[in-house]
Design a protein around this ligand. Sequence first.
Ligand SMILES: Nc1nc2c(c(=O)[nH]1)N[C@H]1C(S)=C(S)[C@@H](COP(=O)(O)O)O[C@H]1N2
Ligand SMILES: [Mo]
Length: 408
Amino acid sequence: MKQEAALQPPLTKSGLENPTRRTLLLGSAGAMAAVSLLGFSPLAKADEPKSLPDYAAWKERNALIVHSANTMETERGAIGNGVITPSDRLFVRNNLPAPPASITDDPDAWEVHIEGVKNPRNLTVGELKKMGVTTVASVLQCSGNGRAFFPHGASGTQWSVGAAGCVMWTGVPLKDVVEALGGPVDGAKYITSSGGESLPDGLDPKTIIVERSVPTRAMSSAILAWEMNDEPLTHTHGGPLRMVVPGYYGVNNVKYVKNVALSENQTDAKIQVSGYRVRDVGVKGATDQPSMWEMNVKSWVTSPLEDGRSGRTMIYGVAFGGTVALKKVDVSVDGGKTWKQARFLGPDLGPYAWRPFVLAADLPAGEHRVVSKASDVDGNTQPEGRTENERGYGHNGWSDHGVTVTLS
Ligand SMILES: Nc1nc2c(c(=O)[nH]1)N[C@H]1C(S)=C(S)[C@@H](COP(=O)(O)O)O[C@H]1N2
Ligand SMILES: [Mo]
């Protein structure tokens, strides 16, 4: 979803408590049944310290907030000042129970079916590796990152800022694969990717499967990736093979991808038809509402987070423009009354990567509301407030994303 004219955010003041609604695993009774059929259960109570689930046990526990066995976000203070998020700090989000680790035992043997091309066929990862290769740095961010700031208690994981990271993906450009198979069929308007989780019998697969369509304008940048941060893609993050659509919200980056179809229509899977649709609070999801595709411009402060001493203070954060390169980040230490332009830190890894930023400020004793506001080269800028919406998607309002520190 780009900022849509139809959804003008009311300018709301921040400082709202995070709603404490329990995380919903999935949006329907049928899906809940599927989850229990698969022997999956959420980790105990919301306020107990939770351990990492087995499939993510290799992660850095202290860097993560564990919401449930299928949702873990990076602590704001663990995001760091580097361009690349270390793999063991990257957030995890599974709509379905993760496949067993054995799925990556023989990654080159994994097969993906490509259809909606002149010569549809199965390709193994081993074959894909000989068709082309590229590396792209790209922000992976869940559609609901920032959901915890919505005062209506949007259902879903109560992500703060950490359901996002910037990683390097290596794989074959999708367009190379499509060309090698004779090009797209006539009238193809969407790229539909299907996740490889095994689905339980007795339930309509369309209500459960992670299957997402993106417009073919994403063809120029999409890749079928087998490496993340220069290592074979773990099953935690979608190995052996993942569809990566740079600059698009997380859900479109389908893990364990087993089918890619070029098609005239979007998939009729529930996750596409009614899921990930931006609509007013209280309204059901439907195809006439914007789908969570291109990410909007966004930033947040990562340091300082704790109260400290007055004086010269380095203010750090991260910023990205989705599919559009960043232009600048402005920082305010008085809650948005006055702004100063921050400096980008580290190399520019391209339009889909995030850019750490820093501003040196002289702060007197007292309370300071530190906020950041990013702008992209197309002239989009973060709004002050939220675009209130039922599921709490796409929040990029600068006010809610700030931090308050008291200096003595
Ligand atoms: N096959 C499959 N792909 C998936 C999902 C899933 O549950 N299954 N979750 C999606 C969502 S909602 C997000 S935000 C990202 C999370 O990616 P990560 O777990 O690698 O951080 O994966 C997306 N791709
Ligand atoms: Mo997500």
